[in-house]
Design a protein around this ligand. Sequence first.
Ligand code: KG4
Ligand code: ZN
Length: 385
Amino acid sequence: MAHAPKLDVKQDSAPVVNRTTRKTVLVLGLESSCDETAASVLRRYDNGQIDILSNIVASQDEEHRPFGGVVPEIAARAHMRKIEPILAKAMKTSGVAWDDLDAIAATAGPGLIGGVITGLMGAKGLSMTLGKPLIAVNHLEGHALSPRLTEDCPFPYLLLLVSGGHSQLLSVTGLGKYTRLGSTVDDAAGEAFDKTAKVMGLGFPGGPQVQKWAERGNPTAVKLPRPMKGRDHADFSFAGLKTAVARAWDASDKTDAAKADIAASFQRAMTDTMLDRVGRAMTLYRRATGETEKARLVVAGGVAANTELRAGLKTLAETRNYDFIAPPLKFCGDNAAMIALAGAERLAAGLIDTYDAPARPRWPLDSAAAKTAPKSGYGKKGPKS
Ligand code: KG4
Ligand code: ZN
């Protein structure tokens, strides 16, 4: 890396941190698991307060737009091109000197392996060079903790994690303590938004485009299914809804009015479905945690940026005696501030990694549950979480 001091070849293992000496920590985070190359520096005080000193995100939308989806090979090359300038910019913007960092955190999975390797190897190199601890962060833990970047959001909470690759409901009882209450048996919520946009030629990335078109449409114009609605588990399924949208589009007159109506009807079906599943998970959550007073509902991941979903969750939370917390839009999608935060929380707890930390294409938050089928069984593609 251009600004890093010379490599100290004598150091062959990750430095050890004394958990009793860590108070306020300064952490550099790197994110490169999908199609955003990102770096961030943040300070975390021992009371949990956060200063985000820089948060740089380079999107690869332009590179992937012609294909209507993320192309792994293109993503891997773009991460290699962008990671160094993004890192340099994050450091410069933060005003923090390399030597003042307390740790280097990077996404180590789950995600597209080429990108994950790029960020993780960069972090390992920096960690060795600077003699600072390495923290290999689970990208999903980054999303799970993201509301804590800007809000006082203590454990425990019920988490709806909905992104391009994942759809899960989790009980979060502490750092690294996740219990899966439900997950998708086929597609992720963001995937359904992206495919819907692709079918109608709305542009990439799909979620924001569907939302934009939906604003002009009638959400009751097209009858679409609400998969899993009313079931007594908290799993999701979105594949059937995606197919139903493709059929509705085929049968339509393909005008702008049809686009808007289908987008609005799809978004409503997605929202209805997710609210039903969250409602069910609320019951399971109270049962599991024994919580009878006011509980907390948190939404995270790229799909958490959806306005209709946020509004629906807020109302549901009020009626079920939950506080509702959603990150600001810029922290819903992939970013490195959430990775730096996960790194900072891990560092403060004395949890650091060694240089053999692997890059993982799959890495469930609740590994015990991931080995068993969701309550409703797997879809055709097998487990996603
Ligand atoms: O968390 P994220 O940036 O990347 C993954 O880890 O997957 O999530 C990206 C997903 C994409 O599928 C994108 O279409 C979706 O989030 N998304 C939205 C909105 N903004 C982004 N979906 C619905 N409504 C939105 N406003
Ligand atoms: Zn993500």
